[in-house]
Design a protein around this ligand. Structure first.
Ligand code: XUL
Ligand code: CO
Length: 443
């Protein structure tokens, strides 16, 4: 247990408020780029980025891996009564969020408080923590970016929840989602997330994929109707991932999710929560997934992290790649940013990062890298030929026959006639290296 200051226990001892000190500072516990009040492209960095802390990694994740026991031993994880223990964890969470100046947080139901197998008792526990969180939010001004239900850890979900072949299991998932939606609504959550880690299959040999996907869609409709009926005005978000823990996940990537939402008439209520490391596991870049969602009007929110170029799994490291994030922020800014979403650090410190300051360094690095990338991207958009080079490439569609084609006014015969009249087209450079150099110049 930590020190007691002002009547409250301090869990992150010796670490004060993290502040913006600018690029000349040597203080590793200060922001060098994230000045929350700095205006970029008409909004403050705080309004653009809407940073959130992830409850599960920062206050629950113990550093355990398949080869070893926990290395992060939390002082808030001591009491035997589950509700009292969960309140200590929430004290620690809000202390960290406040010291880090994080305006939002995100949780799974089972992050807030441990669940057993009794639905009514779980609802009672969650309600106690929701009441506690309401007070904490009011005191600190910190808001809930999104809530979600953990429908993948309990053994009953080993074959999925909404896509489980057993209706009985599906109903348990629904009970959990109902309580998580109630909690999100009561806490003023701005979004609600579905990440279907086990909504997929391990083998097609025993799977009726069509039926499972139809059940998944029906489940989303049922949850959405309940939430809307009970006053939820926020956005529902699907978080794509191609696999892990299932061999194949139905929400494979943004393209797949957009097709699914459109096919099942869910596209008015749902948008996408894009996670960087899920994008790369799907064989895409983060930029690709942002652009795909933005083009469909479904850029909802971001789970910020990064993978490891040498590993093929979800390492969930904190973001630190300035070049990649600058490219991503170009898309983010051109798309008009995130409306109800934010940038949630779905990232974990390494198993061997065992100082309590490590969680602070990790978030400071992530927030500074995003802020710097956004500032750089804005400068590229304002002060370079970046946009012009791209629009010039399509100039032949802006007038005459090209424009008529875009408007659907030309037949295949018309196109043939044009090709014969104009002869062989000129060779035109895509200028990729020129643009890459330009981006580096602005960084
Ligand atoms: C798992 C993952 C989840 C979701 C929420 O890979 O990203 O933490 O963000 O369920
Ligand atoms: Co995530």
């Amino acid at each position: 247990m930590g020190n007691v200051i002002n009547g409250e226990t301090e869990f992150f001892k010796g670490i004060g408020q993290v502040k913006f000190e600018g690029t000349s500072t040597d203080n590793p516990l200060a922001f060098r780029w994230y000045d929350e009040n700095r205006i970029v492209a008409g909004k403050t960095l705080k309004e653009h980025l809407r940073f959130a802390g992830a409850y599960w990694h920062s206050f629950v994740g113990s550093g355990a891996d398949p080869f070893g026991a926990p290395t992060h031993i939390f002082p808030w994880d001591k009491k035997s009564d589950p509700v009292e223990k969960a309140k200590d964890k929430m004290d620690a969470a809000f202390e960290f969020l406040s010291k880090m100046n994080l305006p939002f947080y995100c949780f799974h139901d089972t992050d807030l408080v441990d669940y057993g197998s009794d639905i009514i008792e779980n609802e009672r526990r969650l309600a106690a923590l929701v009441e506690y969180a309401r007070q904490k939010q009011a005191q600190s001004g910190i808001k809930l970016l999104w809530g979600t239900a953990n429908l993948f850890s309990n053994p009953r979900y080993m074959n999925g929840a909404a896509s489980n072949p057993d209706f009985h299991v599906l109903a348990h998932g629904a009970a959990q989602v109902k309580a998580a939606l109630d909690a999100t609504i009561q806490l003023g959550g701005e979004n609600y997330v579905f990440w279907g880690g086990r909504e997929g299959y391990m083998s097609l040999l025993n799977t009726n994929m069509k039926r499972e996907q139809e059940h998944l869609a029906r489940f989303f409709h049922t949850a959405k109707d309940y939430a809307r009926k009970n006053g939820f005005k926020g956005t529902f978000l699907i978080e794509p991932k191609p696999s892990e823990p299932s061999k194949h996940q139905y929400d494979f990537d943004c393209g797949t999710v957009i097709g699914f939402l459109t096919r099942f008439n869910l596209d008015k209520d749902f948008k996408i929560n894009i996670e960087v490391n899920h994008a790369t596991l799907a064989g895409h870049t983060f930029q690709h997934e942002l652009q795909t969602a933005a083009d469909a009007g479904m850029l909802g929110s971001v789970d910020a992290n990064r993978g490891d170029y040498q590993n093929g799994w979800d390492t969930d490291q904190f973001p630190n790649n300035l070049n990649e994030l600058t490219e991503a922020m170009l898309i983010f800014l051109e798309a008009g940013g995130l409306q109800t979403g934010g940038v949630n650090f779905d990232a974990k410190i390494r198993r061997n990062s065992t100082d309590s300051a490590d969680l602070f360094y990790a978030h400071i690095g992530g927030m500074d890298t995003f802020a710097r990338a956004l500032i750089t991207a804005d400068s590229i958009l304002q002060n370079s030929d970046y946009k012009k080079i791209r629009s010039d490439r399509y100039a032949s569609f802006d007038s005459d026959k090209g424009k008529e084609f875009e408007e659907g006014k030309l037949s295949l015969e018309d196109l043939r006639t044009y090709a014969i009249e104009k002869g062989e087209p000129a060779v035109i450079s895509g200028k990729q290296e020129f643009i890459e150099n330009m981006i580096n110049r602005f960084i």
